[in-house]
Every structure is written in structure tokens, then in C-alpha cells.
Design a protein around this ligand. Structure first.
Ligand SMILES: [Zn+2]
Length: 369
């Protein structure tokens, strides 16, 4: 295992740079159908040559049976480029889509009513109208066309919708990355996979490995790798990590996707900065041994103290002229240390915090109250 790991290290390093440098947001792998059925019902006429009212014609779409008023859904997300009435289509809507850099248009005809207008943005599955029997139509149904390209009067871009509905047109992306934990918890990218199954197989070949979902950045599985690298959001619940990782590299990848957060190695409780400009404005003070650690977000500072100490406070070091105590481990000990320079003063619960504050402002002294 180690030989393979070392052998791969150069390539992994190159991949690692690519991953770390990846701009956010990372492309999400498509897991769903690119086009869904706009209406559930029996297909009464297929795409292709057809006879209607004793006349041969080419049917450029499919007809789906439905009752007047049944909801018609947009087959894919897109923008409405037509919503009006014509003598042939009746009430008609055309939605333009871009899927995998290809333009498509879907057309919904003979509608009883239209819910969207030209320029509307619609989501896949959004109700855009209701089944009707308007225009050149002989019974309530939905006439649905799919064009690879844009609609035109000759319908030269029309394709058989059944070739597309329910299929995923977006090629699989390597969305699952397998990392192996190395000394000092740095990670090394072993490989990326398009399915969870493949990634799991790779992960299980080695110990101390994990899988990262690259669309979310989250670690979704490990093979005996402890999750002792924590990531905290600035706005997160106090003292609670937002996500946990088994490697620092994974945590850093995650940090790259978001702002205002920090990662901490919980063996040392050292924050390791990455792309985020963390000022480490929060000082975590332990009352009994005057140990202090600084963090960029208060939730990390609080978690550090709550995990290791009972008598402790977090201070916002950036408030002037004295830092302000913004959190303490319990409410049973009072703010008994007053620091003052004669003009300004601030009170603190623990002595080490008061000493820190005193040293910031020349001429200050600590008065025990
Ligand atoms: Zn039709």
C-alpha cells in the first residue's frame, strides 16, 4: 500500500493542485433526467409519419392523453421564449434549455391555460400550464415537441422526445474523490470516481482512507480514518463544527468553497488557515493555566474551550481599547478583574484575560473587585 502511495505521489500532487485550485462552485454531477415527462399519461400518437383526418402528415412531437385542466410541467429548467395562441398550436409555450452546452427547446401545445409568459424562468417540473383542446386539436391532450436547437417553422430540429425523456444527457463526472491520510493528517488524493460504488471499492483497499463528495465538499465515508479535523463556520452554532474530516487536505478543499470559516486540527487545536483571510480575532483564554489560542471564528474558540477546560472565556481581541469578553464557559464566575488606564476600563472573569488586556493599553492596571 505505501509503495503504491509513494509511487502515486507525484501524480497525486499534480491532481491535488488541480483540486485545491478548483473554483467554487464545483460543478454538480447530474443525477437526474435531463428531460422529464411533462404529463403522465398514455402516449396516443408517436413522433414520425402519421395520418390525421385521412391526411398523411409528419408528427413532430408526441401526444400525451390528458384531461382538461391537468397540470403540464416544464420538462427541463429553462427560459420561456414563447407563450401565446396560434390557430394550429392553440395555447402554446416554448421553453429554451441549455444542457451540457447544447440548446434545446420544448414545446407544449393545445393548452387550456398558460401560467408563464415570454421571458419567465422555469424550473424542471414547474407547472407552466394546463392540458386543453385549443387550436387544431380534436380532444384534450398535450402535444409535446423537443427540438435539438431552436424551434423553426419547418421543425427541422425536431427530435423524437422518447429518445430523450428520462435520460441523463450530462456525462458522468468524477464526483467522488478518495483520499488517504498521511502523516500529520495531510491527505493525498488517490483517485476520483464517478460513482460512489467505485470510490468505495478504492477506499476499502487501504486503511485510513476517505471519500469526499466534490459537489458538496463533505466527507461521506471513511475506512478507519478518524474525523479529527473540524471545519467551523463563522455564523455556525456556537461551539459546533459544521463538518468533520479525516484529512487536512479535504478540509482545505472544503474551505475553498466557502467564506468566513476555519479548519482546526483537534489534536493540537491549531487552526490552519487556507484561502480565507482569518484575522484570528477571537482569543480563547483558559483561566487556570493562562494558555491562549486564537481562532478566526468564535465557534471554533468555544469548542476548543468547552472540550478542554471549565473555567474559560472567549474574547474579541479587536475591540478597542480593550478586548471584550464575549463568551464564558459558565455563568457562575463573575467578572472580577477590572482593567483600567484611568479613562477606559473593562472587566474580565479570569486573570489571564485581564493580563492580556492590561498589556495592550499602556498605563493600565488590574484592580481586583
Ligand atoms: Zn400532436
Amino acid at each position: 500500500m505505501m509503495i503504491k502511495t509513494i509511487f502515486k505521489s507525484l501524480i497525486s500532487f499534480i491532481l491535488l493542485i488541480a483540486v485545491v485550485g478548483m473554483a467554487s462552485p464545483i460543478n454538480k454531477a447530474s443525477a437526474a433526467s435531463s428531460f422529464i415527462y411533462p404529463l403522465n399519461g398514455t402516449i396516443t400518437t408517436n413522433f414520425g409519419p402519421d395520418v390525421l383526418n385521412n391526411e398523411e402528415r409528419y408528427h413532430y412531437g408526441i401526444d400525451i392523453d390528458g384531461n382538461i385542466g391537468d397540470a403540464v410541467k416544464s420538462s427541463a429548467s429553462g427560459t420561456v421564449v414563447r407563450s401565446d395562441y396560434s390557430s394550429s398550436y392553440g395555447n402554446v409555450i416554448i421553453v429554451r434549455h441549455s444542457i451540457n452546452n447544447q440548446t434545446y427547446e420544448t414545446l407544449y401545445a393545445h393548452l387550456n391555460s398558460r401560467n408563464v409568459s415570454n421571458g419567465s424562468t422555469v424550473n424542471q417540473g414547474q407547472v407552466i400550464g394546463a392540458v386543453g383542446n385549443t387550436g387544431y386539436s380534436f380532444g384534450s391532450h398535450l402535444h409535446f415537441e423537443l427540438h435539438k436547437g431552436t424551434w423553426n417553422i419547418n421543425k427541422s430540429n425536431a427530435v423524437d422526445p422518447l429518445e430523450y425523456l428520462g435520460k441523463d444527457l450530462v456525462p458522468a463526472t468524477d464526483n467522488y474523490a478518495v483520499y488517504v491520510r498521511t502523516a500529520n493528517k495531510e491527505g493525498e488524493l488517490l483517485n476520483k470516481f464517478s460513482t460512489i460504488e467505485e470510490a468505495t471499492k478504492e477506499m476499502n483497499k487501504y486503511n485510513y482512507t476517505s471519500i469526499i463528495n466534490l459537489s458538496t465538499g463533505l466527507e461521506i465515508a471513511t475506512n478507519n480514518a478518524p474525523k479529527d479535523v473540524k471545519v467551523y463556520f463563522g455564523s455556525d452554532t456556537e461551539g459546533t463544527a459544521y463538518a468533520e474530516f479525516s484529512t487536512k487536505l479535504s478540509a482545505r478543499n472544503f474551505l475553498d468553497m466557502y467564506q468566513n470559516m476555519v479548519a482546526v486540527d483537534t489534536a493540537t487545536w491549531d487552526q490552519f488557515d487556507w484561502s480565507v483571510a482569518n484575522s484570528k480575532k477571537y482569543g480563547a483564554f483558559n483561566g487556570s493555566d493562562s494558555t491562549r489560542k486564537d481562532f478566526g471564528v468564535r465557534s471554533a474558540a468555544i469548542d476548543y474551550l468547552e472540550t478542554n477546560y471549565t473555567n474559560s472565556v472567549v474574547m474579541d481581541k479587536t475591540t478597542k481599547p480593550y478586548p471584550t469578553e464575549i463568551w464564558k464557559s459558565n455563568n457562575t464566575f463573575p467578572k472580577k478583574y477590572l482593567v483600567t488606564d484611568g479613562n477606559n476600563s473593562q472587566s474580565y472573569s479570569i486573570y489571564s484575560a485581564a493580563v492580556y488586556a492590561r498589556d495592550l493599553v499602556p498605563g493600565s492596571e488590574i484592580i481586583i473587585q
